[in-house]
Design a protein around this ligand. Structure first.
Ligand code: PLP
Length: 398
């Protein structure tokens, strides 16, 4: 049994009961629970909110929207989109799938988030947008980023899949740009098994997203109108090249009460993060062997996981540390998916992206790993046991 797992279950008996009630009712596809959860998010984030079946789907919708012919200002083939090299696969893939050109930028080793000096160096005449990935719920200096965006007239998309509840200067991550994505996959802050959310600022974008999310039909846009059409085929009117990315009401019912705990979970996750840091930093040996990650100034971070970078070990030795920790009941995994430019799909199929070097992303890739961080407050004695196990393992590998 793992005493320090990567993920803890946030589903209460009440959440499960609501989902079972939906199954019993027979109305299991998108329905009232979806609408209630969307209303909650709209109020919380002051943005249009659409539930979808994953964070990846939210990113796919974001880039489908940005290139969509129905959008007043749409991106064109080979327009460049800046993205940190430390990202998730489906933060990146929709950019390529939509015919746009991703441009990787290194991250700041202190925060794991995009390095703004490096970002500015990569801006060209073809740069049209920045896809931020709020790594582990931390963020970059968003005030400085906004100045850069304004200077070069760039669109901001926020992949906030790991960042539900975090804030920068008292505004939630996901509300700083034109579009944002969140994930409700099992290992995230709240969960519906699979699930996601896309936020947008503009009503025009909202209407296009409604259609793209469901088959490309006009049904949900028509529902917004006060005067309803009487045409026989009004429900089967297709206006855009859409997908079907809707969430079931079984899943939305699981979210209904969890959404009210987002801020409480943030307090607990921050408490856990600080507790781990305090106990680890008190120990000279651990201080000498580990690099700790700092919260961005002015940010309130609802930490997604606890990242560790080993000062003295890399590659195989890092792997052995993780294997030994796993044997002791401490689950570990890579930091997001490491330096994405090193992934096989990029090395095999995207030559120009594969040749670049990102020293910080490489270090994170080769010497980093993550531990879980629970949504419930951790006991001090568990963290002391964790610190002792990490010491034991590092000593055994040295
Ligand atoms: C940064 C980031 N973006 C996107 C995703 C994709 O979310 P999902 O698993 O809900 O598709 C993840 C998933 O973990 C993620 O970490």
């Amino acid at each position: 049994m793992n005493y320090f797992p990567l993920t803890t279950n946030t589903l209460s008996n009440e959440d499960k009961k609501l989902a079972i009630d939906v199954i019993k009712s027979g109305n299991i596809t998108r329905g009232n629970y979806n609408k209630l959860v969307e209303q909650y998010f709209t109020k919380k984030f002051k943005r249009y909110a659409l539930l979808v079946n994953s964070g990846s789907s939210a990113n796919l919708l974001a880039f489908s929207l940005l290139v969509n012919k129905k959008r007043k200002y749409n991106l064109k083939k080979d327009d460049e989109i800046i993205i940190p090299a430390l990202c998730w696969s489906t933060s990146l893939f929709p950019i390529i799938q939509m015919g746009l050109k991703p441009v990787f930028v290194d991250v700041d080793i202190k925060t794991l988030n995009i390095d703004l000096k490096e970002l500015e160096k990569k801006i060209t005449k073809k740069t049209k947008a920045v896809m931020l990935v709020h790594a582990l719920a931390n963020c970059t200096d968003i005030s400085l980023l906004k100045k850069i965006l304004k200077r070069y007239k760039l669109i901001l998309i926020e992949d906030a899949c790991e960042a539900l509840g975090s804030k920068y200067k008292n505004n939630y991550l996901g509300t700083h740009g034109a579009l944002a994505s969140f994930s409700f996959y099992f290992s995230h802050h709240i969960t519906s098994g699979e699930g996601g959310l896309i936020l947008c600022k503009s009503y025009q974008d909202y209407k296009i997203l409604l259609s793209l999310r469901a088959h490309g039909w006009s049904r949900e846009i028509d529902n917004l109108k006060r005067k309803k059409s009487k045409r026989f085929n009004k429900l089967f009117n297709f206006i855009n090249l859409g997908y079907n990315l809707r969430l079931t009401d079984i899943q939305a019912a699981l979210l209904l009460n969890q959404v009210k705990k987002i801020d409480k979970f943030k307090v607990n996750r921050l408490y856990n993060y600080n507790l781990i840091c305090k106990i680890f930093k008190k120990d000279k040996f651990l201080e000498n062997h580990l690099i700790f990650i700092a919260s961005q100034k002015n940010a309130e971070v609802s930490w997604f996981n606890f990242p560790i970078i080993l000062k003295k070990f890399k590659n195989r030795k890092r792997d052995i540390v993780c294997e030994k920790l796993n044997e002791l009941g401490v689950e570990t995994r890579p930091i997001i998916s490491g330096d994405f430019s090193k992934q096989k799909v990029i090395q095999d199929d995207f030559m120009d992206l594969s040749k670049l070097r990102f020293s910080n992303a490489t270090k994170i890739n080769n010497s980093g790993f993550m531990l879980g961080i629970s949504s419930n407050k951790l006991e001090k004695k568990i963290v002391i046991r964790l610190a002792n196990d990490i010491k034991k393992v590092i000593n055994a590998v040295k």
